[in-house]
Write a protein that binds this ligand. Structure first.
Ligand code: 5GP
Length: 123
């Protein structure tokens, strides 16, 4: 199945500067900023600048340069946020079953409290 990228999503608007953001990190191919509705004391989003819907789309179609840049951006953010001590979690929601809200690839970095087990039982 092909991926369709909707360039009217909120992160695309942030990348185009149509919506203000306060980047924590801005590299050639990636951007990081705080989640507007934080679910932990540290809740940061790392996104590629390219038009990818979700992580699997990115992992399949992004260039090596974009993938290296994104991975290094995530590493830089983890270092800057100091998550290594007590631990952290990364989440990449993709599609309906994962309840992905924004259809632009992003990874959540969550830290600063006990995050519980990986998944709650399905309700
Ligand atoms: P998803 O469910 O797609 O993985 O998560 C999308 C995340 O984007 C949510 O945690 C939500 O709070 C965050 N978000 C949605 N709109 C905005 C926005 O305009 N600015 C920022 N910084 N975060 C947003």
């Amino acid at each position: 199945m092909g991926y369709h990228y909707d360039d009217q999503n909120i992160f695309a608007k942030i990348l185009r500067g149509e919506i203000p953001s306060e980047p924590l990190l801005d590299t050639e191919h990636s951007l990081a900023f705080r989640d507007i509705r934080p679910q932990a004391p540290t809740h940061v989003l790392v996104i590629p600048k390219g038009p990818y819907v979700c992580y699997d789309h990115f992992a399949q179609d992004a260039s090596d340069a974009e993938i290296v840049d994104f991975t290094r951006a995530l590493g830089s953010m983890c270092k800057e946020l100091g998550v290594a001590g007590n631990g952290w979690r990364m989440i990449a929601n993709a599609g309906a079953d994962a309840v992905q809200e924004v259809p632009h690839m992003h990874v959540h970095i969550l830290a600063g409290r006990s995050l519980g087990r990986m998944l709650e039982p399905a309700s």
